[in-house]
Design a binder for this molecule. Structure first.
Ligand code: ATP
Ligand code: MG
Length: 226
């Protein structure tokens, strides 16, 4: 039987985490678990947790740690026989400690992307609010400037993606992530990757994972007691 492998990926907004996670999940057969995805799912299904988290997610404010761990840990416990990749969780030291208490990660990937690159990517992002379609003025522009390709309606920019807000958002990410990164560094499982292009970083991540997944004995997660 293949050994189990548990990894997490961390990186600031605009770091290409989503793209890299998809590639990892596909290439290495890890189940992809995104906290943002679980939260949006709970909100859409109007569950108790969904009602609780809605206002935070809508404002892009961090959901309180106890709510987050209550949402995430049971799912991970259910996956005790699977290999997985976590994206967006843990985001704070308290979340990392809660995760640590049920499961030892094998590897954490941290993406270090220069501030200028993040700023360029994020400030170029425009959306069509009704459909959620996203355009990037640099590499995926709409056919007609400022208009959605399908409806022709005007595109808007999230307040969050406006240059004024970006600096604060990125600084906040750094402050919150620092103790989490330090924890994983002290456990010897942190691997940092720097660069300005996802396609250039990917081969390094891919070869690291190839070596780890084939050779490393896996840590275990507690199995559910019920
Ligand atoms: P990125 O741009 O890197 O994807 P994001 O914050 O815009 O980051 P998601 O990761 O999809 O997007 O998360 C959406 C929202 O869900 C966040 O703004 C936050 O409100 C909430 N959230 C997601 N993960 C967590 C977490 N681990 N702890 C607290 N809140 C979270
Ligand atoms: Mg996201």
């Amino acid at each position: 039987m293949a050994k189990l492998f548990r990894a997490a990926i961390m990186g600031p907004p605009g770091s290409g985490k989503g793209t890299i996670s998809e590639r990892i999940a596909q290439s290495f057969g890890l189940q992809y678990l995104s906290s943002g995805h679980f939260l949006r799912e709970a909100i859409a299904a109007n569950t108790e947790a969904g009602v609780l988290v809605k206002s935070y997610v809508e404002r892009s404010v961090l959901v309180p740690d106890p709510v987050m761990t209550t949402l995430m840990l049971p799912r991970l416990e259910q996956l005790s026989n699977h290999s997985w990749l976590l994206d967006g969780f843990p985001r704070t030291l308290a979340q990392a400690q809660a995760l640590d208490s049920i499961c030892q990660l094998d590897l954490v990937i941290s993406l270090n992307i220069p501030y200028e690159t993040l700023k360029e990517r994020l400030s170029d992002r425009w959306i069509h609010p009704a459909s959620g379609r996203v355009y990037n003025m640099g590499f995926n522009p709409p056919r007609v400037q400022g208009r959605d390709d399908i409806s022709g309606e005007p595109l808007i920019q999230h307040d969050d993606d406006k240059p004024e807000a970006l600096m604060a958002r990125l600084r906040h990410y750094k402050d919150v992530a620092k103790p989490v990164i330090d924890l994983y560094k002290s456990q010897g499982i942190l691997h940092s990757f720097s660069g300005t292009e996802t396609d250039r970083i990917w081969p390094y991540i891919s070869s690291l994972l190839s070596s780890k997944i084939s050779t490393q004995p896996s840590n275990t997660c507690q199995t559910p007691t019920h």
